[in-house]
Write a protein that binds this ligand. Structure first.
Ligand code: ZN
Length: 241
């Protein structure tokens, strides 16, 4: 399927909402989770990224996230992030719903971003619900294995959704509303395996997919382009120019 056909869809079916996953950030040097070279091939998510692991051994979970935060903060937005930010400026993308925690959409200049899996921007206190910014958390981690809440002293939890945790209700409601109001939901760089986000395309009136490799919803998609996000979205931007 051609990018020209996708350009026609984006032009005709406004508003267009974009749903992004790890495949949008791999070109920024951020490994995905589920591929053979992904993060979960190296470490067991239930040992380092689950709510249970956090309650049992927060220092181990923070050891993992401290490295992740360092990597993600040093990464730069790529052509895919830049193209989506430009499409928003041109009024062709209404909002982005992302599974990514890396904040690269915002750093590329996108404004309407809904982070349904949280982000590395902050950490939270499960005791008093205080939110602490990333700088302060990293500062604490210089001196200690775990950051603690400045208000009540509890150990802070990374601001990302852990396995065994519910998705933030407000963000998920917003994502759902955006999907329902969209005439086109454009999925980029997600294999649509993680629920409930994987169900969002089915709430939209139509959806298209740009992803390297198969996804769970290829059969139902209006259009599927099996290619990398950066080159595809750059070409899309040119065609919509
Ligand atoms: Zn607290």
């Amino acid at each position: 399927m051609s990018v020209a056909a996708l350009a026609a869809l984006v032009r005709e079916r406004q508003p267009c909402v974009v749903l992004t996953g790890a495949g949008v950030s791999t070109e920024s040097g951020i490994p995905d989770f589920r591929s053979p070279t992904g993060i979960w091939a190296e470490v067991d998510p239930f040992e380092v990224a689950s709510l249970r692991a956090f309650r049992r051994d927060p220092a181990r979970v923070w050891g993992f996230y401290r490295q992740r935060i360092d990597l993600l903060r040093n990464a730069e937005p790529n052509a895919a992030h830049e193209a989506l930010a430009e499409l928003e400026r041109r009024g062709l993308v209404a909002a982005i719903v992302t599974q990514n925690i890396d904040t690269l959409h915002s750093r590329a200049g996108s404004r309407g971003v809904v982070e349904v899996h949280g982000s590395i921007r902050s950490a939270q206190c499960l005791g008093c619900l205080w939110t602490e910014g990333a700088e302060a958390v990293l500062g604490q981690l210089e001196a200690s294995d775990v950051p603690t809440c400045p208000r009540c002293g509890e150990v802070l939890k990374p601001g990302v959704v852990l396995f065994g945790e519910l998705l933030p209700a407000e963000a998920m409601e917003k994502a759902s509303r955006l999907a329902r109001d969209a005439r086109l939901l454009l999925v980029v760089g997600s294999s649509l395996e993680v629920w409930p986000v994987a169900g969002l395309p089915l709430e939209a009136r139509s959806f298209a997919i740009v992803n390297r490799g198969p996804t769970a919803l290829d059969e139902q998609a209006e259009l599927k382009i099996d290619a990398a996000a950066g080159e595809t979205l750059s070409a899309l931007l040119d065609l919509l120019g």
